[in-house]
Design a protein around this ligand. Structure first.
Ligand SMILES: Nc1ncnc2c1ncn2[C@@H]1O[C@H](COP(=O)(O)OP(=O)(O)OP(=O)(O)O)[C@@H](O)[C@H]1O
Length: 584
């Protein structure tokens, strides 16, 4: 566990580890020596040899000073390692989370990730700052005393040294049941965190559907599971702790008994016997301290494992050299993909979007349209085949280069609780204020800003809660306009906007897609009809492809799609050839 914890220390603090270990070792050995020196000191005093007693006292004082200095340095270095680890691991976890495929996140709750990143890391800092010294001295001091006592009475020294692995074995056995109980506690705590998070963020939905009571009950049962898991942890640790405490006491009693018997037999002088009994108690003390922190140590050990597990999750690797696309075309080449193993969502999908043209993807709900956009943005890696930009597999481009090529404008717009300006600037952090304002003007975000109480300085609330759905879309279009990437991946909004918002969003999108390579998951007939190419997908496969005129003139899924949209809107779309391309 100690080795795995040290692996988390950042490179610029690794050189402190040997100093810390040496300081801790000296601290432990000096303490052991100071205790053993008590025996010759007592013997000299009992013999009335004040000269020898003075010498032993001086040696003992020297050793105590060494122990104090080493203790100071081990505390200082432990703290430096802990703080360094906190900084290093936080950065490593942050970078690592940013490089994980999105699929990794969908298998976990935000709460369980937060627990590892915050609570587990704190646990490990505590380990470096306090626990490590107790652990090392808990081993070094008894061994040191045992070896020292060998020179005074080898039988007693052997009892001490043999008892140590016995106590360690009992401690190890005690830890077994604790570990699984701690994992259950961690999982139940994350479940409670997730429940509280959901309960608070989903209040509007819960109230709208009268489900507050039901979710409250779900939260209560999560809390009950957490209480049971806490009880389980206590139940799992108490027998182990009790067994360990009993074994430690048995060892102490055995040592005192042996000293008493051998002293009675005349093997030791009274002074040596008193000294050995005092030393026996000092032999037990660090072991008892070790037992007292064993619960914290095991918790830290579990935390170290969880942080390592998180860091071991395979990242979306950037290629050693990022390939350069020859143009802004986009193609799907026999692409297959599933979110879960064995469930195919895209199956051998092939089509090409020539540079500067618009392709609309249509198909029934759940047929895999949005998934194709996510694969093009490499939010998930394809299982088979390749998505290519300008002839280059997106997997052979660095994430940075790929993101410079594509602008995803998806339905679920995520806004950070910052100002509108900061939210737009995410599109291009080094953009000038003028560029930001220009993008905002084209997407009609300046209209929103004028209405806000603090204008550009207004915070948009958590996830942009202070803005309407249409307003959030406008901000996301402004972001993409500012980014000005040559390929736009657009998931057209399904929800109806009011006429004004609809008009400004359509205008913003037209500006955004002007002259760009566009792949749009289209829900509106007007968007589809104006596309250069329409790709019809069903159940993850491409079932038809062509222009609106070609597809509408023949029977098939597309004709069904058009008829369905006509019926939904209560109007018919006149089929006419698309001579010139226009944005969606
Ligand atoms: N993150 C995810 N994890 C697991 N399955 C997913 C995930 N996202 C989508 N799916 C599943 O993949 C399938 C295709 O989803 P996708 O969102 O691509 O369909 P779509 O055609 O865009 O649907 P819609 O038109 O309703 O938005 C669906 O069965 C969906 O349940």
């Amino acid at each position: 566990m100690i080795r795995r914890a040290f692996e988390l220390v950042p490179a610029d603090r690794q050189h402190l580890i040997p100093f810390h270990l040496v300081a801790t070792l000296i601290y432990g050995v000096a303490q052991a020596a100071a205790f053993v020196l008590l025996i010759p000191l007592l013997e000299s005093l009992f013999d009335g040899d004040t000269g020898a007693a003075g010498v032993w006292l001086a040696v003992m004082a020297g050793v105590v000073v060494v122990a104090a200095v080493a203790g100071y340095f081990q505390s200082l270095l432990g703290l430096k390692l802990g703080v360094g680890m906190l900084r290093g691991v936080s950065h490593r976890l942050g970078d690592h989370l940013a490089a994980l495929p999105l699929g990794w996140f969908s298998g976990r709750t935000t709460a369980s990730i937060t627990r590892t990143v915050v609570a587990d890391v704190r646990e490990i800092v505590e380990f470096f700052a306090h626990l490590l010294a107790v652990m090392v001295t808990g081993v070094v001091v008894p061994i040191g005393i045992g070896i020292g006592v060998l020179f005074i009475d080898w039988r007693l020294g052997v009892i001490m040294l043999v008892s140590l692995p016995v106590m360690a074995a009992v401690d190890k056995l005690a830890g077994r049941s604790y570990r699984s109980a701690d994992d259950r506690l961690h999982a139940s705590a994350a479940e409670v965190d997730a429940g509280v998070l959901e309960f608070t963020t989903a209040q509007p939905v819960l109230r709208a559907f009268g489900a507050v009571g039901e979710r409250n009950r779900a939260l209560e049962s999560a809390l009950a599971r957490h209480r049971r898991a806490s009880g389980g942890l206590i139940a799992a640790s108490v027998p182990g702790l009790a067994a360990f405490a009993i074994v430690v006491q048995i060892v102490f009693v055995a040592l005192v008994y042996a000293v008493a018997v051998w002293a009675t037999d005349g093997d030791f002088a009274a002074a040596t016997a008193v000294g050995l009994i005092v030393v026996a108690s000092r032999f037990i003390d660090p072991v008892s301290a070790l037992a007292q922190v064993s619960t914290s140590t095991r918790r830290a050990s579990a935390a170290v494992d969880r942080v390592h597990d998180l860091l071991a999750a395979p990242e979306l690797r950037d290629p050693a050299q990022s390939a350069v696309p020859v143009d802004n075309s986009l193609s799907f080449d026999g692409v297959s993909f599933g979110y879960q193993p064995g469930v195919r969502v895209a199956c051998d999908v092939s089509f090409t979007v020539p540079a500067g043209t618009t392709t609309a993807i249509v198909g029934p709900s759940g047929s895999g349209k949005t998934t194709l956009l996510r694969l093009a943005a490499r939010f998930y890696p394809a299982d088979g085949g390749a998505v290519r930009i300008g002839g280059v597999d997106v997997a052979d481009m660095s994430l940075e280069d790929l993101m410079a090529q594509v602008s995803p404008v998806f339905q679920d717009v995520y806004l950070f609780n910052q100002t509108i300006e900061e939210n737009i600037r995410i599109g291009r952090p080094d953009a000038s204020d003028e560029d930001v304002r220009r993008a905002a003007r084209v997407a009609a975000v300046d209209e929103i800003v004028e209405r806000l109480p603090q204008g550009w300085e207004t915070m948009v609330g958590e996830r942009g809660a202070n803005l309407s759905g249409g307003e959030r879309q406008r901000v996301s279009i402004a972001r993409a306009l500012l980014k000005d990437a040559p390929i736009v991946l657009l998931d057209e909004a399904t929800s109806a906007l009011d006429p004004h918002n609809e008009a400004v969003v359509v205008h913003g999108l037209r500006e955004l897609t002007q002259g760009k390579t566009v792949v749009v998951v289209a829900h509106k007939l007007s968007t589809v009809a104006h596309a250069d190419q329409i790709v019809v997908v069903d159940d993850g496969t491409v079932v038809d492809r062509g222009t609106h005129a070609e597809l509408a003139s023949r029977e098939g899924r597309y004709a069904d799609f058009v008829a369905q949209r006509d019926r939904a809107r209560g109007w018919r779309l006149a089929v006419r050839p698309t001579s010139s391309r226009r944005g969606p």
